[in-house]
Design a binder for this molecule. Sequence first.
Ligand code: HEM
Length: 492
Amino acid sequence: MTSYMLTTAQISAVIIGLGFVLITHVVSQKESTHPPKVPSLLPWIGSAIRYVFAPTRFLALCCTQFGPVFKVLVGGRNIIVVGTAESIRSALFTDHRVLTAYVEHYNHFHVVCSDTSLYPLIHDTITYKLFPVFDRRLSKRAVDDLTGHCAETIFSRLKAFSEHEQVSLRRSLNEPLYVAVTAIFLGSKFSPDTYDDWVTFLDSVPKRLCRLPFWSVPSSRARGRLLQHVITCLQSANPDNDDDKLAGDFSKVLRENNISPEVASFVVLTVMLFLHTNMLDVVFWLFSWLMADPLAFSSLRDEIDRAVREEFGNIQTFIAEASPQRLDSPAFALLNSAILETTRLTTLQTGLRLAECDLELKDEEGTIPVRKGEYVLLFPRPAQRNEASYPDGHRFVIDRFVQDQYQGELTAAAGKPYFAFGAGRHLCKGRYLAMFGMKVLTILYLSLFDVTPAPLERRSSKWEPPQSSAHSIGTIRPTKDVFVKLRPRATL
Ligand code: HEM
């Protein structure tokens, strides 16, 4: 009897043990299948080669194969790519000490400065000394105070293009915007002649960010000249001068904290990256998609003509009085929608975070385990093109956001996934300035010129915008420029 009892106990123990092993196995299987891992034959290197040489294409392919949330090994780092609305929101609103953004900032420093020992100081200066200035100066209420000359500058730069038979779309949009917005940051000593250096430098950024073996004398020299110019602007900024408000604040803060001119120039060039990398590409795509859709083009121009007349009287008064607050008027609802729609379609990655401890992110599928030392890449592209949220999500639909009654708060799509300007602690600090700059440029460009893609004589639905480059990082970049004919409009 005793031996029979023992046998039963032993059998029970074995069964319980087996059950435990089975459950643990199932749980660990579950853990390891969500998020799915992108397979790779190369230990440590993983998918680094495919990622680094064509990040956009690689992420798109993985998304098709594994869904919008997956894990990929890139050069010894596990990166968890999150592409659903819930997982992105969960990452953006996780405590910033648990998922830290400093790796993202360090990546940017790498683009402007090769001396890694300076990164902690640059990081500290940007985050704790300059960001408070941004919060104060670029808030929705305060930004009006900085933008007084913006429309005038864009107008005078645009006029120069009317003298040419055929112009580069990229240059004719980007140069006026670059000059007007950089002047707000660098003040009265800022030279518009730096645009070519900026483009040479900016074109090298994707390669620099991906740490590709990169050596280009022209782009490094251009960067050197830009850094030197930043030093000159900061040193001569006069806070009493109306054009030097922001530059004056910057130089005061940097001086008070004993930041050397060299470090100050790295700091400000990093800020210029924040400033321009997305904005300049967004306006390029907006105009490309408008030219490919003649109906959208003419309805936007009709709205602009009407709104300028009704809100300002004429274009000259618009140039003198345009302000962020006045352009938030519902009279410009279609323009606002067109820009938001462009940002929806052009957003790729919006940030990289490092897990400082184990954590779990929420997802429609359940939870996503993230281990200490793993990276989380915010990748809103699939969510922002999701057919369930945005019918016809791959198409540019100019009035998609009109019905959302824009109040100037960038609530682009209540309840729908929209992360073009980030969210949470690292929400874009320049979003109101960016929206204003892009609106002024579009209003003036369409008011001044009748624009057609060259060599086509008429805007045509047959005209195709360029493809997006596989090397894009934050916002899609075009593979090539577009040439356009600008005819001054008879009405002006
Ligand atoms: C179309 C134009 C723009 C887009 C799409 C855009 C997008 C973004 C996004 C997605 C982030 C969040 C990054 C993250 O979560 O790690 C961000 C952050 C930031 N943006 Fe923008 N941005 C634009 C224009 C500007 C402009 C004009 C400025 C001028 C100051 C600016 C300044 C910043 C700064 C300083 C941050 C960092 C905030 C932080 O880390 O706390 N951006 N931007």
